[in-house]
Design a protein around this ligand. Structure first.
Ligand SMILES: [Zn+2]
Length: 287
């Protein structure tokens, strides 16, 4: 079934698990994610970043909606890192059921104003909204919105932000960065800060860029109130590493239906590991 982000994440919040938001940018990746989510009976968020929207076009959303409607697990279609109000209108018209407006690089009051404007429009048509406060780091040029340095989310500001905007979920900066980590950098989550933020903000919290953080830290973050975790680099690396091997092994291969099954299988293995880590397996029965 196809639902909105609030309906999905409020249940996760009440039951202490996190839903993976997998970024996909083609149909093969999408079907791999749907298949593994159904095999494990895990709720799922299909996330599409503006760069990915440019690649697949919004025409693909109707097909994703069709697949979601006949799925045995709850599915949310989420516009990742929306940058402008106009983009959010495109998302709503295209059929996304959840949007993120990321105005986190703007001054606080401007972030509040833009986020509230998006919330006011989206809620009218039943689309839920994720905001972001603080600045999540970016490791490489493929990183999404973000900066080299992390600006940690302030708990008092977070409370004001949620009250003034009416967002349904909040992405926080507690020590993760977008993209893959260079060898010399080692990530560390500020779990005390997470506990403090969750203590004042009751809504579902979102973690972006947790690719390189140790599994144990991510597992603790889930226990402390993170209910959505974005996964992009990890599944794409798994998918394309295997594809390079397949193409290198038999240079005559030409047909996508011969090339893609093994990369899809590799993507599913990585996705399954995240689903278990987030305690999302089997949780579809709650909906
Ligand atoms: Zn992100």
């Amino acid at each position: 079934m196809l639902i909105n982000g609030k309906a999905l994440l409020d249940v996760a919040n009440a039951n202490n698990f996190a839903v993976p938001a997998f970024n996909i940018s083609d149909w093969a990746m999408f079907t791999g994610i749907m298949d593994i989510s159904e095999e494990l009976q895990a709720p799922v968020i299909i996330a599409i970043h503006p760069d990915e929207v440019s690649h697949v076009t919004t025409d693909l959303i109707q097909a994703i909606r069709s697949r979601a409607h006949r799925s045995s697990v709850p599915v949310v279609i989420h516009w990742d890192h929306g940058g402008t109000y106009e983009q959010m209108l495109v998302a709503i018209q295209a059929g996304f059921t959840s949007v993120m407006i990321d105005a986190s690089l703007l001054p606080f009051e401007e972030n509040v104003a833009l986020t509230k404007k998006v919330v006011d429009a989206a809620h009218v048509v039943g689309v839920s909204v994720e905001g972001e406060l603080g600045t999540i780091g970016a490791n490489d040029s493929y990183g999404e919105a973000g900066a080299a340095e992390i600006t940690y989310t302030d708990p008092a500001d977070a409370l004001r932000f949620v009250q003034e905007t009416g967002v349904d979920s909040l992405a926080v900066a507690i020590g993760t960065s977008h993209g893959l980590y260079p060898a010399e950098k080692s990530p560390e989550l500020k779990l005390d800060l997470l506990r403090e933020i969750k203590g004042v903000v009751g809504i579902p919290l979102v973690l972006h860029g947790g690719s390189a953080n140790p599994d144990e830290e991510i597992g603790q973050a889930v226990k402390l109130g993170v209910n959505k975790i974005n996964i992009s680099s990890d599944i794409k690396v798994a998918y394309h590493e295997r594809m390079r091997e397949v193409l290198g092994t038999d240079r005559k291969l030409r047909e996508p239906n011969a090339i893609q099954p093994e990369p899809i299988a590799a993507l599913k293995v990585t996705a399954a590991q995240k689903i278990h880590l987030f305690d999302a397996a089997g949780q579809a029965t709650l909906y």
